[in-house]
Design a protein around this ligand. Structure first.
Ligand SMILES: NC(=O)c1ccc[n+]([C@@H]2O[C@H](COP(=O)([O-])OP(=O)(O)OC[C@H]3O[C@@H](n4cnc5c(N)ncnc54)[C@H](OP(=O)(O)O)[C@@H]3O)[C@@H](O)[C@H]2O)c1
Length: 284
């Protein structure tokens, strides 16, 4: 007879991108709820004192470097850190017209937003499975459900990470390991100032991109707090059987209900109008 698994008294969580915004709020909340938290940053030495959470153990991780992801997995194993909860939060916000996105930049975005998190998940899931319990939360984006012009690479990266999580759920659920995606709408984290924007001189898309960015930045400034998103992540972590997707901010869950009720072509136009765009281009 197999021994029933006993949940650890103090579960260990790994939160990527714990140096700012949503990741910082998640790390803080998980510490407050009794987790041992390992938080990552590309350069933990550069995290400002005000953004350091007491109790969080910081480790270096650049998701653009897949060998570095492998090395982090090996370091955690060597140090006997058994991760029960993985929050794949770190990510980059890229903008630009599809035609003008440099392919190496799209590749880099997919390493940071998709392949790095997928690889980290592959490294940590075997331990969770062996222990009979685990949670993996992908921090996606509502834009994966409501695609937006000039954000094609970012939308595709967030749809991809959600796809990995949704498809693999019933591979892992029988082993007590649940994957889920938290899709935030606009969140006031200052991410607007850290976006990568690709807009070459003389671009025929410049006006539309500018219009979209103005609305996007305003929505982020007026967005929900990172703490609110962190509470949603905690709900997903604490659920016995997390649902496939948790949405938070930008009018969720009402806008998801409308999305189910309305024809796709109507939803597409509503989203475009919200950002001052439409099928004929920029709207006044
Ligand atoms: N803010 C929003 O409106 C919003 C909406 C929907 C979804 N999201 C998603 O939520 C997540 C967090 O966003 P946020 O708003 O909190 O952004 P943020 O404040 O800019 O935080 C991003 C975090 O990711 C880390 N990071 C960036 N590039 C990295 C890389 N190459 N390798 C490893 N870590 C990297 C950063 O850490 P270091 O710089 O210290 O390395 C930072 O901690 C992202 O996945 C984002 O796409 C945000």
């Amino acid at each position: 007879m197999s021994t029933p698994h006993v949940a650890p008294v103090r579960p260990t969580a790994l939160v990527t991108g714990a140096s700012s915004g949503i990741g910082l709020a998640v790390a803080r909340l998980l510490v407050a709820h009794g987790h041992r938290v390992v938080g990552t940053s590309r350069d933990p030495d550069r995290i400002a004192d005000a953004d350091r959470v007491a109790g969080v153990e910081y480790r270096a991780l650049d998701l653009d470097d897949l060998a570095g992801v492998t090395a982090l997995g090996a370091d955690l194993a060597r140090d006997g850190v058994e991760v029960d909860v993985l929050v794949n939060n770190a990510g980059e916000s890229q903008c630009g017209a599809l035609e003008e996105l440099p392919l190496p930049e799209v590749e880099r975005l997919f390493r940071v937003n998709v392949l790095g998190p997928v690889h980290l998940t592959q490294l940590l899931v075997p331990g969770m499975r062996a222990r009979g319990r685990g949670r993996v939360v992908m921090v996606g984006s509502m834009l994966a459900s409501f695609p937006l012009a000039y954000r094609s690479s970012y939308v595709a990266s967030k749809a991809a990470i959600k796809g990995f999580a949704e498809a693999a759920r019933f591979e892992l659920a029988p082993h007590g390991v649940w994957l889920t995606t938290v899709e935030p709408g606009s969140v006031a984290t200052g991410i607007s100032g850290r976006r990568t924007i690709h807009s070459p001189d003389g671009s025929p898309y410049a006006a539309g991109l500018r219009q979209m960015l103005g609305r996007l930045d305003a929505a982020e400034r007026d967005g929900v707090s990172a703490e609110r998103v962190a509470r949603t992540v905690l709900r997903a972590v604490q659920a016995d059987a997390p649902v496939p997707t948790y949405a938070v901010g930008s009018g969720a869950p009402a806008v998801f209900a409308l999305r189910r009720a309305l024809p796709a072509a109507v939803v597409e136009r509503v989203v475009a109008r919200r950002f001052g765009l439409g099928p004929r281009g920029v709207r006044a």
